[in-house]
Design a protein around this ligand. Structure first.
Ligand SMILES: [Ca+2]
Length: 287
C-alpha cells in the first residue's frame, strides 16, 4: 500500500512537471531561432492585378507560421524512403517555427540543413494549404528569394484537390534546380492526365542568380489559359480549354518546399553550400 501511495505521488509530480513545461505558447519554446542570412532589402514594387480583389494572403508577419493556413508534409525519421521524386531530404514538422521552417522579420524561411544523419543526410520542410485553403482561377503570386547550388530544388506549386496524381493536375509556378546557369533559371510547368501523364511548360533564364534578389513568381489562371510570369516576363502560356484538361477546372491547394537532390536536379555535390534558404515574403491570391 505504502509503495503504491509513493508511486502515485511520484506520478502526480511527474504529470505536473510535464504540463508546466509544455504550457508555452507561440513558437516552440525549445527552438532557438536560427539566424538566416538577410535577404535583399530591395523595395517591394508589386502592383496588384487590375480588376481583381485580394481574396487570401499570408504576409508571414506573425509571431510564427500560421497553422490555420499551412500544414507540414513530413517523412518520419528513420523511415526516409525517397517519398517524392527520389529526393534526398527528410521533411520535418516545425510547428509554428523550427529548424527547417520559421518566420524571420516578416519572411517565411524554409531551410535545408545538412545533417549527415541516417535520414538522407539532409532535413528541410514542405508546407501545404491542403485541406485548409484552395482556389480555382485567379492570380496566385509569391514574392520570393531563392536558394542556390547543385542539387537544390525549391518549388512554389499547386495540386488539384480531387483525384490522385496526375489525374488531379499539377501547376508548377516556380521550380528551380540549382547549380551554374540553373541558378538563374525558373521553370513553369503543368501536368495532367490524358491516357498517360502529359506535361507542358517552359523556362526563363534571368541575367543574375535568382538567389540574389526578390522576384515575383505569378500564375494568371482563367477558364481558358494559364500564364506564368517571372516579374513582368511571361515564362509560359498554356491553353487549358481542351476537354482532356478537366483537372484545371477544379480547386487547387498551394505547396512550398525546398528539396535536396532528386531525379531532376541530381544530388548535391562538393560545391553545394549548406544551409540553403528559400525566403517567402508573402503569398497572395486575387480573383
Ligand atoms: Ca512579409
Amino acid at each position: 500500500m505504502k509503495h503504491e501511495l509513493i508511486i502515485c505521488i511520484l506520478c502526480a509530480w511527474i504529470v505536473a512537471g510535464c504540463s508546466s513545461s509544455g504550457s508555452s505558447t507561440g513558437p516552440d519554446a525549445d527552438f532557438e531561432p536560427f539566424i538566416a542570412p538577410s535577404p535583399s532589402s530591395a523595395a517591394d514594387t508589386f502592383v496588384a492585378p487590375a480588376g481583381q480583389s485580394l481574396i487570401w494572403a499570408d504576409e508571414f508577419d506573425g509571431e510564427g507560421i500560421n497553422l490555420d493556413n499551412w500544414s507540414y508534409e513530413t517523412e518520419q525519421n528513420g523511415t526516409w524512403s525517397h517519398s517524392w521524386n527520389n529526393e534526398w531530404q527528410r521533411y520535418t514538422d516545425n510547428d509554428t517555427g523550427g529548424p527547417n521552417a520559421s518566420i524571420n522579420d516578416g519572411v517565411l524561411v524554409i531551410r535545408a540543413l545538412k545533417t549527415n544523419g541516417g535520414d538522407g543526410g539532409y532535413t528541410s520542410a514542405r508546407l501545404v494549404t491542403k485541406g485548409k485553403h484552395s482556389w480555382r482561377y485567379g492570380t496566385i503570386v509569391a514574392r520570393m528569394q531563392l536558394p542556390y547550388g547543385q542539387g537544390i530544388w525549391p518549388a512554389f506549386w499547386m495540386l488539384g484537390v480531387y483525384g490522385e496524381w496526375p489525374a488531379n493536375g499539377e501547376i508548377d509556378i516556380m521550380e528551380m534546380i540549382g547549380g551554374e546557369i540553373n541558378d538563374n533559371t525558373t521553370h513553369a510547368t503543368i501536368h495532367w492526365l490524358d491516357g498517360t501523364q502529359i506535361s507542358e511548360g517552359d523556362s526563363y533564364v534571368h541575367d543574375t542568380k535568382l538567389a540574389d534578389d526578390w522576384h515575383y513568381y505569378k500564375l494568371t489562371w482563367t477558364e481558358n489559359s494559364m500564364t506564368f510570369w517571372f516579374d513582368d516576363v511571361v515564362v509560359f502560356t498554356g491553353d487549358i480549354s481542351s476537354p482532356a484538361m478537366s483537372e484545371f477546372h477544379q480547386p487547387f491547394y498551394l505547396l512550398l518546399n525546398l528539396a535536396v537532390g532528386g531525379g531532376w536536379p541530381g544530388p548535391p555535390d562538393v560545391t553545394t553550400e549548406f544551409p540553403q534558404h528559400l525566403y517567402v515574403d508573402w503569398v497572395r491570391v486575387y480573383q
